[in-house]
Design a protein around this ligand. Sequence first.
Ligand code: FAD
Length: 461
Amino acid sequence: MDKLLNDLMAIVGTEGMLLGEDVSQRSVDWFTGAPCRAKAIVRPRSTEQLSQVLALCYQADQPVVTHGGMTGIVHGGEAAPDELVISLERMNRIEEVDPVGSTIQVQAGVTLQHVQEAAEEIDMQFPLDLGARGSCTIGGNIATNAGGIRVIRYGMMRQQVLGLEAVLSDGTVVSSLNKMLKNNAGYDLKQLFIGSEGTLGIVTRAVLRLQPRMPSEQTALVAVPSFDALTQLLGLVSHELGLSAFEALWNNHYKLMTTESGKHMPLLADDSPFYAIIETLGLDETRDAEYFSQILQKALEAGLITDAVLANSSSQRQGIWAIREDIEVLVKELKPMFSYDVSLPIPHMEAYVETLEQDLEAQWPETGKMVVFGHLGDGNLHIMITVRDDSPESRRQVEQLVYSPLKEYGGSVSAEHGIGLEKRDYLNISRSSEEIALMKRMKIALDPKGLLNPGKVVALD
Ligand code: FAD
């Protein structure tokens, strides 16, 4: 073992360092299970240990890659054989829950689900929610500025963070564990780290905002006859209901998840062009349920929906959400799968998807297949494509089809998953050269030796 690893082990202990097979057995890619190639995984227990670890790495010019729950899907956790992984998995404590101030203070390695459960214990809620909730960590959610299914009501991770602590590449600890809603004392430094994908500092602790728990939850799956009806439906339910989620499923997605794969019960016939999952949160179960079905009736009469199924138990609710969230079905059915997460103004979505379908069909008439779903209210589409070939050339060609039109629409190559390595070459579609130049200046200012998550988000050379 080289001297640096020995010195690091002296800080974190033998339990805190993984080598050899313990490293390669871990995956860096949720979709493919590709193994971790780093030379070691260092697992500090505290901010102090991490600070000492990074100070030594800084002296030794040792690059590091941070790992949270490893559910990120843009190759942000990929590590080269000469890089070290820093895993936050042993920093997973909930440090303080404050029902009066409506805050929770946690270490960055705690899972999202653990935080949600801790909030429920005091009859509150932590509203960020996404399919990977059981594995993804708060540090990863902050580093990627995660979105998920309730952004329409509560915003992204950025809106949930009141304060945070981060360690810079030279080991400096910047502790800004603010608990107040209002604090305009100079620059809001936490914003530097939110969404920076581990390239500017490693997040170690955070103070998060809790929200009042909403005991009444109404959920429906509806069939929608056209894209125009889908947008009108979104308008109607946004104005009339306490909307917390509005997830659109194109017919190709619904059909694959239900009748084609046989994995989920087709709760509605599979011949509608669009489907939507509508969810509201409120305070009065009886009144909310009644009002919810009245609004859906109104939508039916206006021709905005043609059929609907309303959940009246939590297992029915889970059945509806499983159609949207069971990504494993897609991974299996569309193998090898390319996954995209784009955003664009809602009025352009239909034309964008239609053109993409036609281009795919023209280039891969035999093998091309795509499914589309997403957080419609946020302008966010998830597009899963297979051409039954994952060669770099095919990947590149499909990326061109997906990303190139976004510039014209003023869209983004990353709505919520981040840039990582996967989308770095396409950053200029969504950001100007001045913006990218400023990102590079910020990277150099905070991480002058380029040791944190090298090559992710922006390339310095
Ligand atoms: P990781 O995958 O471990 O890391 C992600 C990035 O953050 C990497 O660049 C890593 O280096 C960096 N990082 C991790 N921890 C830290 C830290 N403490 N300090 C600094 N940098 C760090 N995302 C959404 O936004 N919305 C969704 O709806 C959504 N649904 C998903 C559903 C499934 C089934 C899956 C597999 C993923 C989904 N994702 C979604 C993507 C993913 O879950 C999120 O990006 C999540 O925030 C990643 O958290 P993580 O702990 O797994 O981070």
